[in-house]
Write a protein that binds this ligand. Structure first.
Ligand code: C9U
Length: 483
């Protein structure tokens, strides 16, 4: 039976029930849940105590996912039980910490968690299996009771998020991180939302806050970041994702490493690169893209991923001069077992200025995954062009072109689809290569590579791996020459 009102739950514990004055009860939204938790906490004296909380959870998937998610081990051993059959049903819940959770030394809260001890993993797998069966049973019962109905917002968290598998931290740890974030200052705005510099336990982190209308981008980006084997030094380091709020209001966050030099677009405005710096930068971006595009086979393999919005604003510059690729809200994955492109359920399209001719001509075959990789390579060619303009090379080493976006001289600042089509497809134009670039082998080599990346005919374009290998060879030769 579906109730037309929420249910009353017992409410206890400061974190679960901050204003627990209402006689120690709270009322859920319609179809919400009551919960009870038990958690190991460390007292100031360094002793371990059990803390119990109880309260209300939101309806449907979001509440249900929380009930399910905490059945895997977390930094603070914690177990949650949920119910929704009657008022105050959580009074009879008695969650207990399984023996392997209580008294276990919690794993360090690091962005990249180390391998868990095999015993813990085996135990976790067992619990996960029981949790899965229980969840499946509960879902079946709920489905039977509720009949067919559309999923209600906020959306369920991506599967990898709740299970703790893939490249991310377990959900509750991510939630804990999100709760401990202090926003410092806004450092960027875009059509997706806003980026903030924030602090987490004294460290600087970047937080992307998505507009409520961009739920699909948040979901997709979170999912992509937590793809198995996604971590790479040239891909922005993912820390946590969280969604919070009530039925009518949600806040979607994505927490990543912070890079003080900002985006490549910001950086190139003022920086002048010498040839080794240019090569380092170009090689790192290509390495990030080659990793993204690569599929790694095996049970714990990585699917091939195409970015679909490569541009200098979506690339960050690290302190060591290397770059990291960001913004995966549009990315697509190739599911090798099903020979299928898992297209993002997202109507957003890439940035018009960087769109490949086949995207502008609307001839790109969306069922052909290779086509997305080729379109990424076109955009990469434009990014390499932006970098080369800022490289001081040749006899008059200080002579560089001012920073410019590709096609800055032939389209308006916010070009329309038709503006770009006229230039890139109809007239077949590409950014100009200044004659001074021929004077330095590094810039000349990159100029030749970028032209092979932005070729009109997609299959003729170089792959990321080919560009990476050519640059590696060039770098090695150059090092010898430069000494
Ligand atoms: C606005 C584009 N953007 C930048 C970052 C992100 N998007 C981002 C993407 N995904 C997840 C989280 C964040 C980002 N930015 C930094 N650092 C940074 C440092 C300084 C600036 C901008 C960004 N400046 C902008 C111009 N004014 C001076 C400061 N680090 C990581 C991600």
């Amino acid at each position: 039976m579906r109730l037309s009102r929420g249910i009353d739950c017992e409410c206890a514990g400061a974190s679960a029930c901050p204003d627990g004055s209402n006689n120690g009860t709270c009322t859920t939204q319609v179809n919400g849940y009551c919960f009870a938790t038990v958690e190991e906490v460390e007292t100031e004296a360094g002793l371990v105590e059990l803390e119990r909380t109880a309260g209300c959870l939101p309806p449907d998937e979001s509440g249900f996912m929380q009930c399910k998610s905490s059945q895997v081990p977390h930094r603070h051993p914690k177990v949650i039980e949920c119910c929704n059959e009657s008022d105050l049903c959580n009074r009879r819940l008695q969650p207990r910490l399984p023996p392997y959770l209580s008294g276990t030394e919690p794993p360090a809260l690091e962005p990249a968690p180390g391998p868990a001890p095999s015993l813990l993993v085996a135990a976790a797998l067992g619990v996960a299996l029981v949790a899965f069966l229980a969840a499946a049973l509960l879902l079946c019962r709920r489905r039977r009771r509720a009949g067919k109905r559309p999923p209600s917002p906020p959306a369920a968290l991506p599967a990898d998020l709740s299970s703790g598998s893939g490249s991310g931290l377990p959900l509750l740890v991510q939630r804990t991180v999100a709760k401990q974030i202090q926003m410092v200052e806004s450092i960027g705005k875009g059509r997706y939302g806003e980026v903030w510099l924030a602090r987490w336990r004294g460290e600087r982190v970047a937080v992307k806050v998505f507009f409520t209308t961009e739920e699909a981008s948040w979901f997709r980006e979170t999912e992509i970041y937590q793809t198995v084997l996604m971590r790479h030094e040239n891909i922005l380091g993912f820390i946590a994702a969280d969604i919070k709020g009530t039925g009518s209001w949600t806040q979607m966050l994505l927490i990543t490493d912070y890079h003080e030099r900002g985006s490549l677009h910001d950086y190139l405005q003022t920086a002048v690169l010498d040839p080794p710096a240019l090569l380092t930068m170009a090689y790192s971006v290509v390495s990030g893209l080659a990793h993204l595009h690569m599929d790694i086979f095996g049970t714990k393999g990585k699917p091939a991923i195409a970015h679909r919005d490569i541009k200098s604003k979506n690339i960050l510059v690290k302190r060591n001069g290397q770059c990291a690729i960001a913004d995966f809200g549009l990315a697509v994955r190739f599911v090798a077992e099903r020979d299928e492109v898992d297209i993002a359920p997202n109507t957003r399209v890439g940035t018009r200025r960087y769109m490949a001719p086949e995207v502008l001509a609307e001839t790109l075959q969306v069922t052909d995954f290779e086509a997305f990789k080729m379109a990424d390579m076109y955009s990469l060619g434009l990014v390499l062009w932006e970098m080369c303009r800022r490289c001081a090379a040749g006899d008059r080493a200080q002579q560089v072109e001012p920073y410019a976006l590709p096609y800055h001289d032939v389209v308006p600042p916010d070009p329309s689809f038709d503006d770009m089509h006229a230039v890139v497809v109809a007239r077949g134009m590409r950014p100009p290569i200044p004659s001074r670039w021929a004077k330095h082998p590094a810039v000349a080599a990159l100029a030749a590579l970028m032209a092979e990346c932005w070729h009109h005919n997609p299959p003729v374009r170089l792959t990321a791996l080919r560009v990476k290998k050519t640059l590696a060879k060039f770098h090695a030769d150059c090092d010898v020459k430069l000494v």
